[in-house]
Ligand binder design. Structure first.
Ligand SMILES: [Zn+2]
Length: 132
């Protein structure tokens, strides 16, 4: 038991370090914007594309769809604009407001979405209060 606890320690410590928000990687094809590392970021934040992508599209105010590991947006979207929406999404739907770690899950309770933290056990309703 003790050796198992010791083995688990490095992981424990690394998850203590501050979560680094992944950087978006985009390119332009004609009048479309390709979000190249969508799937990669989605894996890092552990969120369902069916929740994550509609939020981004709504916030940017454009149409777009997932194509394999990428997302194709209609129109030209700046990297800063996309990064800003991603940062907000992570702030609202990923980071625990109590311990600031990203080890969380979304849980729907009726009409309210709760952010459940696996690290500290906090359960907080998602509100718009964090919006800037
Ligand atoms: Zn927490």
């Amino acid at each position: 038991m003790l050796s198992r606890a010791k083995e688990a320690l490095p992981n424990e410590l690394s998850s203590e370090s501050r979560f680094v928000i992944p950087r978006v990687d985009i390119l332009y094809e004609g009048k479309r914007t390709i979000w190249r590392n969508f799937a990669e970021i989605q894996q890092i934040i552990h969120r369902d594309a069916s929740h994550f992508l509609p939020y981004i599209l709504r916030e940017i105010g454009t149409a777009g769809e997932q194509s394999g590991t990428r997302v194709i947006f209609q129109g030209i979207i700046s990297k800063e604009q996309l990064q800003d929406r991603l940062n907000r999404y992570i702030d609202i739907y990923v980071i625990c407001s109590v311990c600031k770690r990203p080890d969380t899950r979304l849980e729907r309770r009726g009409r309210i979405i709760m952010l459940k933290c696996d690290a500290c056990g906090a359960i907080c309703p998602i509100t718009r209060r964090k919006r800037r």
